[in-house]
Design a protein around this ligand. Structure first.
Ligand code: ATP
Ligand code: MG
Length: 435
């Protein structure tokens, strides 16, 4: 057993090789969000504990057993590390009167915390990127969110992520269904597992979401919510589906899709892959028209979704098609008093021109510095000895075979005036791009 301190179980370090992939992912996500007109909102990681009980529901998995809650030792306030983003986002929207003037399209991103059993695709600190649209009533915005998902998978080069869709109707419709469900499960109480028995009267809808194989047959025969949906709920659901059909987004209706959070109504959906084992849901969301009012705001219709970043990153790296980060443009090798004083200025000069530069730090022989330059993946080494430094010049050495092989520099190194260096590198990179 190691005496060194380790990270908290289920809370992971993301090391540079992987973090670069995260950043690439985040770049793609940002421009995707922008292309739909969604704007960022940045929210605290810690919120008052009652927010989550009120928003998510007291008898949900999250609130019952997954929250990291503690008491602020200074003032006794009950606080919780956010387990999801919607509650905080809605709290902020109410607090700052965000949706009063006009509807809002918002997104958030960052770590979430749930005290679950860690396993592949399920962690105690994980990351979500979520969007929320506040103030829109019609099915068009629900459909927009689904189209967004489809486009993102495409932008990321991911395939095999399928869409499951359901309608939870309105609270009254659910209440009637709920009563029928309780009756049905009571009749078969001997077939219920412990979890289901506990939920039978508190949250019977959640029994439908059970992953216990022994209960699947019972669940399959349970009364369907769909049979309780009135004309308005059905019209909304049909409105969403019409857009999906028009745009050509395949989906399946999964009547057992109920989502683990209490705040949903009407549309709910999940994007699911078979490539991640049991943790196959990469994105989930739906409509939650009641939540703003439930948290004390002026009644405001709303819908949104959250995606699990770890699961998407796993898909990306598994596919092998993960875009890798580009190396820097040049590595600066320098030795000698005058050269080493000049080197940082040369590096800054190149960065002024927009180039990415690694400056050799920590000394070393020319040979060992050239090895590091090679290992960096940079296409160029800029070599400075005192000889060059005293002449106001550097040597530029291509480190890779350039496409045409007849570039200005061949593969040998060339002496070049410092003033002309950036231009020479940029020109070679452009030529390389074209070839
Ligand atoms: P699950 O059924 O997998 O527990 P959930 O319904 O609790 O999911 P949501 O609250 O809807 O999940 O969160 C949205 C997404 O966030 C999930 O679809 C998943 O991709 C991701 N996610 C949720 N919990 C975790 C976790 N503990 N670790 C990693 N990702 C998670
Ligand atoms: Mg969960």
């Amino acid at each position: 057993m190691s005496r060194n301190i380790q990270s908290v179980r289920g809370m992971n370090d993301i090391l540079p090789d992987e973090a670069e992939l995260w950043e690439r992912f985040e770049e793609i996500v940002r421009s995707w969000l922008k292309s739909y007109g969604y704007r960022p909102i940045r929210l605290p990681i810690v919120e008052p504990t009652p927010l989550f009980a009120r928003a998510i529901g007291a008898v949900t998995d999250i609130v019952e057993k997954e929250m990291y809650s503690f008491v602020d030792s200074l003032n006794g306030e009950p606080l919780t590390l956010r387990p999801e983003g919607t509650a905080g986002c809605v709290r902020a929207a109410i607090q700052h009167n965000l949706a009063a003037e006009r509807p809002q399209r918002l997104y958030y991103s960052g770590p979430m915390f749930r005290h679950e059993r860690p396993q592949k695709g399920r962690y105690r600190q994980f990351h979500q990127i979520g969007i929320e649209a506040l103030g829109f009533t019609g099915p068009d915005i629900d459909a927009e969110h689904i189209l967004m998902g489809a486009r993102l998978w495409d932008d990321l080069g991911l395939d095999g992520i399928r869409l499951e869709l359901n309608s939870l109707g309105q609270p009254e419709e659910r209440a009637r269904h709920r009563a029928e469900l309780i009756e049905y499960f009571e009749e078969h109480e001997e077939l219920l597992d412990e979890d289901a028995r506990r939920r039978l009267h508190s949250n019977p809808l959640r029994i439908l979401d059970s992953k216990n194989p022994a209960m699947q047959e019972l669940i399959a025969g349970a009364p369907k919510l769909a049979d309780h949906l009135g004309p308005e709920s059905l019209a909304h659901f049909e409105g969403v589906q019409r857009v999906l059909r028009d745009v050509g987004i395949p989906y399946t209706i999964n009547p057992r899709l109920v989502r683990g959070l209490d705040y949903y109504n009407l549309t709910v959906f999940e994007w699911v892959t078979d490539r991640l084992g049991a943790q196959g849901t990469v994105c989930a969301g739906g409509r939650f028209d009641g939540l703003v009012a439930q948290l004390g705001g002026k009644p405001t219709p709303a819908c949104g979704f959250a995606m699990g970043v770890e699961r998407l990153i796993a898909l990306l790296s598994e596919g092998g098609g993960a875009p890798t980060a580009l190396p820097v443009d040049a590595y600066i090798v320098h030795q000698g008093e005058a050269a080493s004083r000049l080197a940082p200025r040369v590096a800054e000069g190149l960065r002024d021109q927009g180039l990415d530069v690694l400056l050799n730090c920590g000394g070393g022989s020319f040979k060992s510095q050239m090895k590091k330059a090679d290992a960096s993946g940079a296409p160029f080494a800029v070599i400075i000895g005192d000889d060059e430094a005293n002449a106001g010049e550097v040597s530029l050495k291509p480190l890779r075979e350039f496409g045409k092989g007849d570039g200005e520099f061949g593969s040998a190194q060339t002496r070049i005036a410092i003033d002309a260096l950036a231009e020479a590198i940029i020109q070679s990179l452009l030529d390389e791009d074209e070839s």
